[in-house]
Design a binder for this molecule. Structure first.
Ligand code: FAD
Length: 461
């Protein structure tokens, strides 16, 4: 096969990972081709709150300027509402280098990331849809097939572009994942989102988590006048009018009073959008000539807003593991690239496993609905945060992506379960003690059922 090789690496998808990876690799002297099917400003309900850990990764990549000039709103932490009267304020820790997150319109941020990729040395961009991965007779990926539209209405032009390495980062609905990862996507629920205009949030500069029934609602300000609301809808999504009625009658009354006017107004005037909340354990990159990263390779429930933080640290690790001092050229370097990917897979887990396990476990607790043992765990978790000090700052540090410490997460999760058991055993009249002891053992068991399968999947993947 005759192949014109112009590039060291092809990047499929100019989203969160693709843009930052292209910029980082281009700066390291690699010739990068960044392919995106649509370069216009995306309009999506995803990726709008960047945790402090993600800000730290962008600084590490020298790309934190992409957070400037997008009307972003600084965030100092979260407030969790158990009910309209009872809430707890959780500040990001201040001893981890970066202590603030930032929220923005996703599209504005992506346009800055794309600018960063375009401005980086050695990066060429192309508007085209990647239709297939090109492979040689040994099944090694040697490039991509693309379909390019030269002008509106014209027939697309099909061609193949070759490179020794291809980075596939085509997002949550990845077309190529099925060929590269043995793992399957699980959909736990949907987030229904809309923008609230001039919403009066109880706490400025804080993400709001409302423990509604049947499952949680998120609120965070993403621009001077705009606040994003994401409402988790478990099970089958109601359609059209049914959905509006559900939101008005079930969700609205559970929101803080100050939020309700803009909420009911938005239901009538704003477009309701929905996205599936997916879980996908990561897979080791084993196939020659190709690397799979970002949502294409690993997803968790977006409740904790950790996706971009994982993504940016993945790019830091990718840059470091592919550094020209380690791999001077990608040509004929398959064995070296593969062994570096094994190391990257282990390295990334320090943070990704914390974010993934926390997201899945918190979602189970926060969507307890009326399951009695889960409700006890939820109450225990809320009470644990209310203790303050390290009981609040360490879990928030984990959620913020500032503590890549899986053992710390494990310890705090079981401290929450023990706290829930303790408060249950010691509450109520004395004759209830034997009953409460049995119930508290069941709560501990429930905690194991929540967290151990997720941990096992993380260890195995
Ligand atoms: C409802 C929801 C809310 C979320 N909220 C947050 C949040 O607040 N904070 C947070 O950190 N994370 C959040 N996330 C997760 C976050 O959005 C993702 O983790 C992140 O966007 C993943 O980046 P990516 O680069 O893998 O994919 P994307 O950013 O989706 O980029 C993929 C790119 O590939 C392009 N593409 C796809 N197929 C092709 C093709 N065949 N050819 C060419 N181009 C192609 C797409 O057009 C796109 O530009 C949320 C997720 C969901 C579902």
């Amino acid at each position: 096969m005759s192949q014109d090789i112009e590039y060291d690496i092809i990047v499929v998808g100019a989203g969160v990972v693709g843009c930052t990876a292209a910029a980082a690799l281009g700066r390291d002297g690699r010739k990068v081709l960044l392919i995106e099917r649509d370069w216009s400003e995306p309009d999506r309900i995803v990726g709008e709150l960047l945790q402090p850990g993600g800000v730290k990764a962008l600084k590490e990549l020298g790309l934190d300027w992409t957070l400037d000039g997008i009307d972003g709103i600084i965030h100092d932490g979260y407030v969790v509402y158990q009910n309209p009267e009872d809430h707890v304020l959780l500040k990001y820790p201040t001893d981890r280098g970066v202590s603030q997150g930032i929220a923005f319109h996703h599209g504005k941020f992506i346009m800055n990331l794309r600018k960063a990729a375009r401005q980086a040395p050695n990066v060429t961009t192309l508007e085209a849809t990647v239709t297939a991965l090109a492979t040689d007779e040994t099944d090694k990926v040697v490039g991509v097939s693309v379909s390019t539209k030269t002008e509106p209405g014209a027939e697309p032009v099909l061609s193949t572009i070759y490179a020794p390495l291809t980075l596939v980062v085509d997002g949550c609905f990845s077309k190529f994942r099925k060929d590269l990862s043995p793992n399957k996507v699980t959909i736990s629920s949907h987030f229904v989102g809309m923008v609230l205009k001039n919403c009066n949030l109880p706490y400025k500069h804080h993400g709001h988590v409302i423990l509604c029934k049947p499952s949680p609602v998120l609120l965070y300000q993403i621009g001077t006048d705009d606040t994003r609301i994401l409402m988790d809808v478990p099970g089958k999504m109601p359609t059209g009018g049914e959905l509006k009625t559900y939101l008005k009658d079930t969700i609205g009354p559970q929101l803080p009073k100050s939020v309700q006017p803009s909420f009911y107004e938005a239901i009538e005037s704003e477009r309701l959008r929905s996205m599936p909340n997916q879980w996908l354990p990561s897979a080791m990159n084993k196939q020659e000539g190709v690397i799979l990263l970002g949502d294409a390779n690993n997803m968790r429930h977006p409740l904790t807003g950790g996706g971009m933080t994982v993504a940016f640290w993945d790019v830091v690790h990718l840059r470091d593991h592919l550094h020209p001092k380690i791999i001077p050229t990608f040509q004929n370097s398959n064995t070296l690239v593969r062994s570096q990917m094994v190391k990257l897979h282990r390295k990334r887990k320090e943070l990704s496993s914390v974010i993934n396990v926390l997201a899945q476990a918190l979602y189970s607790l926060f969507s307890a609905n009326d399951q009695p043992l889960m409700m006890e765990l939820q109450k225990g978790c809320f009470g644990y945060f209310q203790l303050g000090g390290r009981c609040a700052s360490t879990p928030v540090g984990l959620l913020a992506g500032l503590r890549p410490e899986p053992l710390t997460l494990f310890n705090h999760f079981f401290l929450v379960a023990l706290y829930a058991s303790y408060t249950m055993t010691t509450s109520g009249p004395i004759y209830m003690v034997p009953y409460n002891i049995v119930k508290s053992i069941l709560v501990l068991w429930t905690a194991c059922v929540v967290i151990l399968p997720v941990i096992w999947t993380e260890i195995r993947a």
